[in-house]
Design a protein around this ligand. Structure first.
Ligand SMILES: C[S@@+](CC[C@H](N)C(=O)[O-])C[C@H]1O[C@@H](n2cnc3c(N)ncnc32)[C@H](O)[C@@H]1O
Ligand code: SF4
Length: 412
């Protein structure tokens, strides 16, 4: 039996499934538009039709979340910045008309440097976007070419500058490290260049070779595990020295820009800085609606947790969104899976989560976790005490092993 004392906070994820070109390392649900450049490429997107489909999709999801306020929106992709500010404005107005959006809601839009300029950013801001996440990856011209990016170093620098000029002080830059033949100095140079642009947040991902990508089929030569570990430590030190707090495996927020904020930081009550509230809600096992091609959702009700996802192919989605055929699948995970999924997310957070959050978000008795918790503490992977689930530095280093202790029994 699941027993909930309160429903988790609710967010909204909106997926935009098109990109100018498919990057060889990327396994997101993103589809290359026909060849061309500038406006010609944008013309390949059925923009108005897709916004209609998104709103129909949201409308059909409403009975699952009647009356619950939405605390953050993330417009992700793919490349949402291929959509015009007018289209984003119509979407956000449509969302506000259908769900109660809290006044201080964080509204993030992902942008690719090859698709933006100041005026466009101004338009997004006027539409209600208050946070940008810019996919830089690297500032090294050669690496950008190897990564198949549609932009060079200058466009990457210009995009961050344009975000600031357009009035966004809350912007994130995505970087990747462990790139083909990358040296430690090159990785450090990328982070230093990013820091000089004074972002509020940095996401620093280790490049992974994902199945069904070109890099998986034809792997480039990557730095070995030892070199990656050295890079990771050096990047962490560089970012910490620059006043950034690592609050998740790949996420760093500029510290202390906001007053103490309980919501953005679980119950720890420390200064929230510019942590991404939307992503924090995922890691703290909050709920989210997911609209758009292939978007996933997690919704809690008195019966437990439901996971559902929308059809993946943009053409299918345009046809079926808002009808039962637009649902790609739906399942109710069992208790063991829910407990595991909670830990999988929560242990990514540097400070972990209060133990109380486990029963609040999963509706389960924490006693069901006793055995793996004791094992994790005995192996020095989890901090002592029963009030907080917090990975130790060793636990953070061997996160996969720590998380594996919480796998449902037959899968271990
Ligand atoms: C879905 S992408 C959206 C950003 C935008 N489309 C762009 O690329 O400019 C989000 C981020 O995931 C990261 N990412 C994608 N594939 C990755 C991989 N194989 N390994 C590590 N990070 C990856 C990149 O940093 C990327 O900016
Ligand atoms: S632009 Fe972003 S979403 Fe699109 S293919 Fe490249 S990494 Fe993936």
């Amino acid at each position: 039996m699941f027993q909930f004392t309160a429903l988790p906070p609710l967010s909204l994820y909106v997926h935009f499934p098109w990109c100018v070109r498919k990057c060889p390392y990327c396994d997101f649900n993103s589809h290359a538009l026909r060849p061309g450049s500038g406006q010609a490429v944008r013309d390949g997107i059925p923009e108005a039709q897709y916004i209609d489909a998104l709103l129909a999709d949201l409308e059909a999801d409403l009975p699952r979340v009647w009356g619950r306020p939405v605390r953050s929106i993330f417009l992700g992709g793919g490349t949402p910045s291929l959509f015009s500010p007018e289209a984003i404005e119509r979407l956000l107005a449509g969302v506000r008309a259908r769900v109660p959006l809290v006044p201080e809601a964080e509204v993030t839009l992902e942008a690719n440097p090859g698709t933006v300029e100041t005026e466009r950013f101004r338009g997004y801001r006027a539409a209600g976007v208050n946070r940008l996440s810019i996919g830089i990856q690297s500032f090294d011209p050669e690496q950008l070419q190897k990564l198949g990016r549609i932009h060079g170093r200058d466009e990457a620098l210009a995009a961050a500058q344009a975000a600031r000029t357009a009035g966004f002080d809350n912007f994130n830059l995505d970087l990747m490290f462990g790139l083909p033949q990358q040296t430690l100095d090159e990785a450090l140079a990328d982070v230093r260049t990013a820091l000089a642009l004074q972002p509020a947040h940095l996401s620093v991902y280790q490049l992974t070779l994902e199945p069904n990508t070109l890099f998986h089929a034809q792997p480039p030569e990557l730095p070995d595990d030892d070199a990656i570990a050295v890079m990771q430590e050096a990047l962490q030190a560089e970012l910490t020295d620059a006043g950034f707090v690592q609050y998740e495996v790949s996420a760093y927020a500029r510290a202390g820009q906001e007053p103490k904020c309980r919501e953005a930081h679980g119950r720890a009550g420390a200064a929230a800085g510019r942590r991404c509230r939307h992503n924090l809600n995922y890691w703290q096992f909050g709920d989210y609606l997911g609209i758009g091609a292939g978007a996933h959702a997690k919704i809690t009700d008195a019966e437990g947790v439901t996971r559902l996802w929308k059809v993946k192919q943009p053409r299918d989605y345009l046809e079926k969104a808002g009808t039962p055929a637009g649902i790609g699948g739906e399942q109710r995970p069992g208790r063991d899976d829910v407990a595991f999924e909670f830990m999988l997310n929560a242990l990514r957070l540097t400070e972990g989560v209060p133990a109380l959050l486990f029963s609040e978000r999963t509706g389960l008795d924490p006693a069901c976790m006793q055995k793996p918790l004791t094992q994790a503490m005995a192996r020095g992977l989890l901090g002592p005490g029963h009030e907080y689930f917090r990975p130790t530095p060793l636990g953070r280093r061997f996160l996969n092993e720590l998380v594996a202790l919480f796998l449902p029994e037959p899968a271990r």
